[in-house]
Design a protein around this ligand. Structure first.
Ligand SMILES: [Zn+2]
Length: 282
């Protein structure tokens, strides 16, 4: 069993759901750091010869299409992170569908390839968005990695399905890759991305990843380009959110290096290719 390393390609001002989070109309006026940080990540991935899955925000892909092309040329997988980083549960069904179609087209125009993967902003699929998978299937996606099977600030979905699994709906099916959690004292805990990866010491992350692999599940790691940038501007926020958003940010790059050194990797597309017959998807 291999791991899957993923990047949600967005900027420092795309932190969700704060009174200070700027609206999309203001994004062009802000000093962007995503180009520098994403290029640095590509260098790190090159160093370990690892291919990753890049979930591009549509807005970032439109503004920096060369980042999509560079990632594609290096053999990384390109997938969709929605256009303007809106929470799924704050959109209507139609708004969500239009957004998913729009980003698929933007990325397909840049890459010349079919875009099959999706990840929602903030893993914001919840019990309140029962139409989520229907709309993704209708938009033409074949896999998703939006379910966070534990409690969290922006959603989280209570489910026993912790491993990749097929979601069957009336008009089709897709493969869901829930964000990896490991039960600790009977409660699911994530160790493998965002604030969780920054918070936990690397030996704990490594041990927990090993336990997940022993359970025959791939470990899905996720990071954001801003998390290797200790100098990026900070959005004003309360002390709790500040802790979650910026804790141990100086440790992220070394953790990424150690993860890439210590584990073996595939992409979602690679996993899909190897396992689609097992899942009845061919
Ligand atoms: Zn995001």
């Amino acid at each position: 069993m291999k791991c899957i390393f993923t990047v949600d390609v967005e900027d420092w001002f795309h932190i969700l759901d704060l009174p200070s989070t700027p609206g999309v109309a203001d994004w062009n006026t802000l000093e962007s750091h995503v180009e520098k940080n994403f290029n640095r990540l590509l260098e790190i991935f090159d160093k370990y010869n690892v291919h990753v899955t890049c979930f591009f925000l549509g807005w970032v892909a439109e503004k920096f299409p060369h980042l999509v092309s560079e990632a594609q040329n290096k053999g990384h997988e390109i997938a969709s992170h929605g256009y303007a980083h809106e929470l799924v549960y704050s959109q209507t069904e139609q708004e969500f569908f239009d957004d998913a179609v729009r980003v698929k087209e933007i990325l397909e125009n840049i890459t010349g390839n079919e875009i099959t993967g999706y990840r929602s902003s903030g893993f914001s699929v919840t019990e309140e968005t029962p139409w989520f998978f229907d709309k993704l299937i209708a938009a033409g996606y074949r896999y998703d990695s939006s379910v966070f099977p534990a409690n969290r600030g922006h959603g989280g979905l209570q489910t026993d399905k912790k491993a990749p699994h097929v979601v069957e709906r009336k008009h089709g099916k897709l493969l869901e890759f829930p964000i990896t959690v490991k039960d600790v004292f009977g409660k699911p805990v994530c160790f493998f991305g965002g604030g969780y990866l920054r918070f936990f010491p690397y030996p704990v992350i490594k041990r927990m990843a090993g336990k997940v692999l022993q359970e025959e599940r791939p470990v899905i790691f996720y990071i954001h380009p801003r998390e290797i940038d200790t100098q990026h501007p900070r959005l004003p926020m309360n002390i709790k959110r500040r802790f979650k958003s910026y804790v141990n940010i100086s440790t992220t790059e070394s953790k990424i290096n150690r993860i890439l050194e210590d584990f073996e990797f595939t992409t979602f597309a690679g996993y899909f290719r190897d396992k689609s017959a097992d899942f009845g998807l061919v």
